[in-house]
Design a protein around this ligand. Sequence first.
Ligand code: SAM
Length: 288
Amino acid sequence: MSDTSSGSLYVVATPIGNLDDLSPRAARVLAEVALVAAEDTRHSARLLRHLGLHRPLLSLHEHNEAARIERIDACLVAGEDVALISDAGTPLISDPGFVLVRELRARGRRVVPVPGACALVAALSAAGLPTDRFRFEGFLPARSAARRTRLEALADCEATLVCYESPHRIRDTLADIAATLGARRLVLARELTKAFETFLEGSAEVLLARMAADPDQARGEFVIMVAGAEPRAAPAEAAVEGRALLGALLAEGVGVKQAAGVAARLLGGAKKAWYAEAQALKEARESH
Ligand code: SAM
């Protein structure tokens, strides 16, 4: 239950490029709150000036978020409303705010979303990749080894994979996607809602070639969307396919353990189960 005598924290989405994307409700809320908590106060001061507003700003970023909670909560307890904004888009989506929102909710304060632009939703809405299920990974790890490990862990995910990327790492990340996920269909949304908005489509290798031919394609802000993995064969089909595969491998003289490993890698399922299957096939062959 939220405390009705306190003020509310409004979590306000701001534009990701085109200032016209700020909703009238967001503008009204920003005009009415006592305080605006913002990731970068200089950046947000420009937005407020554009709206003709002069609200007090309080910086709230990943390094001081926990320390700001008491100050913001004191406003709410005093019955004043506060807005939370980030540099662009929806706060908490790869942006600060989670620690604050979790704590204020735990204290029974009212937290109100004021929805609007969000790069991942804008990108998905126009990419033509399945949106019934998607997996948002935020920013992938900055180092290539950790990034590849994360991508390998996602290789079997059948949902559309979505992540954010900066111009500094876009090429390296595409190279890692090519190395770990192969030639999957990929859509790259660049500079959404801005003058040079572009959607590029193709495998990671093809997109890297496009960037090599036109370096402007590697500039700006990116949302990477990768088609999900093909569904694995149904268990019954996999069993039939697996027996055929094991039979062929054993006939070639491949050992039971190695054959089981190949079947598990290609068809999924437990290696132990494929081992038992391979062993049974081997015994059946030998008894003939
Ligand atoms: N909170 C924001 C949102 O709602 O989308 C995301 C903030 S995150 C720190 C910034 C990243 O979002 C950028 O590096 C980029 O990957 C993505 N992004 C933000 N604006 C974008 C735009 N106009 N076009 C493409 N990607 C964008």
